[in-house]
Design a protein. Structure first.
Ligand code: CA
Length: 224
């Protein structure tokens, strides 16, 4: 799952990044409102954590810009402005939940998970599949033909991204950006290493291959 954290306080942003990464989320951070609004409107996230007091563009304004762009990603407001009026402003502007600072990471995590669950509508909404391969995002389990396949965090994230974009060619650069951080050195062959490991686990034992190499372009997930 991919999460956007719009927070200008470095310490808080890093605390959240560390926590959510350890839980297997892919984390992007925007340290001002303008960039946060832009990322929220142009990239796809499963949830957004939004601070209210932000440079360049305030949190409520960011929220309005996201909802005006018809982006319905669940948004959790995180702010020291904990009085009722701000809380209502946030919810009225289209936020889904509100968590006052200071907060415990476990509570932020529980609320984000609840939001993702609520917006995906049902448990079924959190399952991605191609052919007989299934990925359960909430339980973080992958199975093929009913058989569970243990994956490392990075393998899971690469597979999740390919599954979300099944039938589309995904370049190494795009994969690198989504699964590693934005500034990761894409010259390394880390993507190919992970893809090879995934193939050994999910394709080699089966006759139908699901991960396809598109020469000179990247990878695609589809039923052959
Ligand atoms: Ca702030």
């Amino acid at each position: 799952m991919r999460i956007l954290i719009i927070e200008d306080e470095k310490r808080v942003a890093q605390f959240l990044r560390k926590g959510f990464s350890a839980e297997g989320f892919v984390v992007d951070i925007a340290s001002d409102g303008e960039r946060g609004s832009w990322l929220a409107r142009t990239e796809r996230y499963d949830a957004i954590i939004l601070d209210l007091m932000l440079p360049r563009m305030g949190g409520i304004e960011v929220l309005r810009s996201i909802r005006q762009a018809k982006v319905s990603t669940p948004i959790l407001i995180l702010s020291a402005k904990s009085d009722l009026e701000d809380r209502l402003d946030g919810l009225n502007a289209g936020a889904d939940d509100y968590l006052p600072k200071p907060f415990a990471f476990s509570e932020a995590l529980a609320r984000v998970r609840a939001l993702v669950r609520r917006t995906s509508g049902s448990e079924l909404g959190s399952i991605l599949s191609v052919g007989d391969l299934e990925m359960d995002l909430l339980r973080r389990r992958v199975s093929r033909a009913g058989q569970e396949i243990p994956l490392t965090t990075k393998e899971f994230e690469v597979l999740e991204y390919l599954l979300r974009n099944k039938g589309r060619v995904i370049s190494r650069v795009i994969l690198t950006e989504h699964v590693w951080d934005m500034n990761f050195d894409s010259e390394t062959n880390i993507v190919d290493v992970v893809i090879n490991r995934l193939r050994r686990k999910i394709d080699d034992p089966f006759s139908e291959k699901l991960i396809h190499t598109v020469r000179g372009a990247g990878y695609m997930m589809k039923e052959s």
